[in-house]
Design a protein. Structure first.
Length: 253
């Protein structure tokens, strides 16, 4: 059988060794799962009854988080879209432009939002502005790479047809490729939008504002009934974005 070839056995041995090493380094032990009942006890005894009196405040903070995520990903998409054409091998127009653009996108993508957030909080002060800039920069790198790969996989037929009727190279690229990849671009955008909501929560821990900062404050003060409300608001926020994104994708496709 093909799975018992020497090459696959070597791969399997490598995976087993990597798993064993990772579990040893991280202290991952299956016997620790026996303590999972402690989590249920904590939730039952400390998270209830939920502090519903804070709902108006948390609703406002949820809107701040939603605004941070939307603004960060939308502005990132506006910048990443033209950059992705320069970072795609079939539309960049030259190796220098291709290599330089890919390097910039890789550099932005390699720096986590939390690192950008720490830098910009120090530069601009506490608040959502620093968090939005952090989300923008990281997502330019991520969306630029993802969209450039969609561009490279696009059908070349429509491009050649537009060039044959006198369209310039960039007009042919833009108007023949973008309609092909647009549904996938939207899918990637809404996925990054959801990720940005979760990222906004982490950025709130360092003073980025929104519901993340409230969650951090409530944990620090052992206000667990408020933490339960924070978690519910976060879940509603992510489900809402997923629902809206699904409806928009269905209409476009």
């Amino acid at each position: 059988m093909v799975w018992f070839r020497k090459r696959y056995l070597i791969y399997l041995a490598f995976i087993v060794i990597a798993l064993w090493w990772s579990m040893d380094v991280t202290g991952f032990e299956l016997r620790k799962f026996s303590q999972i009942s402690n989590i249920f006890d904590m939730v039952q005894n400390r998270f209830f009854p939920i502090e519903w009196s804070l709902l108006p405040l948390m609703a406002r903070e949820s809107l701040v988080t939603l605004a941070m995520a939307f603004l960060g990903t939308f502005l990132a998409l506006l910048v990443a879209l033209p950059l992705s054409f320069l970072a795609a091998g079939n539309t960049s127009g030259g190796r220098v432009v291709y290599g330089l653009t890919r390097s910039v996108l890789s550099g932005l993508r390699s720096i986590p939002e939390i690192v950008f957030g720490l830098i910009f909080v120090a530069a601009f002060g506490l608040g959502p502005f620093a968090a939005v800039i952090a989300i923008i920069l990281h997502n330019i790198g991520v969306l630029g790479k993802l969209i450039s790969e969609l561009i490279e996989a696009a059908d070349e037929g429509p491009q050649e047809a537009m060039k044959s009727v006198g369209a310039t190279r960039w007009v042919a690229h833009f108007f023949s490729i973008l309609p092909q990849i647009w549904p996938n671009v939207l899918s990637q955008y809404f996925y990054r939008f959801e990720v940005a909501i979760r990222t906004s929560l982490i950025l709130g821990f360092i003073g980025g504002g929104g519901i993340g900062q409230q969650l951090f404050n409530h944990f620090q003060s052992f206000y667990y009934t408020a933490v339960a409300l924070d978690i519910i608001c976060i879940m509603v926020l992510v489900i809402f974005v997923d629902f809206i994104g699904g409806r928009i994708r269905a209409r476009v496709i």
